[in-house]
Design a protein around this ligand. Sequence first.
Ligand code: COA
Length: 160
Amino acid sequence: MTGRGVVVREAVGKDLPAIAEIEAATFSRPWSRATFTGLLDRSEAELLVASDGGSVVGYLVLLTGPGEAELANLAVSAGSRKRGIGKALLAAASEILLDKGIGCLYLAVRASNEKAIRLYERFGFSDVGTHRAYYQDPSEDARVLALELSGSPPSRGSSS
Ligand SMILES: CC(C)(COP(=O)(O)OP(=O)(O)OC[C@H]1O[C@@H](n2cnc3c(N)ncnc32)[C@H](O)[C@@H]1OP(=O)(O)O)[C@@H](O)C(=O)NCCC(=O)NCCS
């Protein structure tokens, strides 16, 4: 369960500084603020934020195409993790994709990122392959995971 004050909604321009701040604190090769700004105008992109009492504490980026979508970015600020916010962002993304009639969500994740992989697997994603040396800083393989969205997301509403 997320905290009582946490809501997931579409991002707006005033969310961008907080998103960029979490991004810079989280990743070794962060996306620029301009990249996030550009997403707001792209019809095939969805930028969602989790807001806790009015403060942005996490975000998720979807890039959609015919029949499938990529989960291109997901992060929760360090002080707000392990409260179900990542799962809530995934649930909201799944709802959007179901509404659009998109049946498959896939993503790439660093092979060593156990926390993220556990979240994805508990949500129902399964392994579909590996990209060798996909990441830099440091160089690392990506695991590619996919979620079929023909029904309800499996973890929605459960405690973990
Ligand atoms: C991966 C990431 C997004 C997960 O976000 P999160 O908000 O912590 O995820 P959740 O809280 O939904 O789930 C994570 C854990 O918290 C637990 N949890 C959920 N609600 C909880 C609660 N109320 N109290 C305690 N634990 C809870 C979940 O069971 C899960 O536990 P587990 O790791 O032991 O399986 C976050 O760790 C992060 O931003 N990491 C850095 C960026 C990153 O790796 N992004 C993914 C790139 S592909």
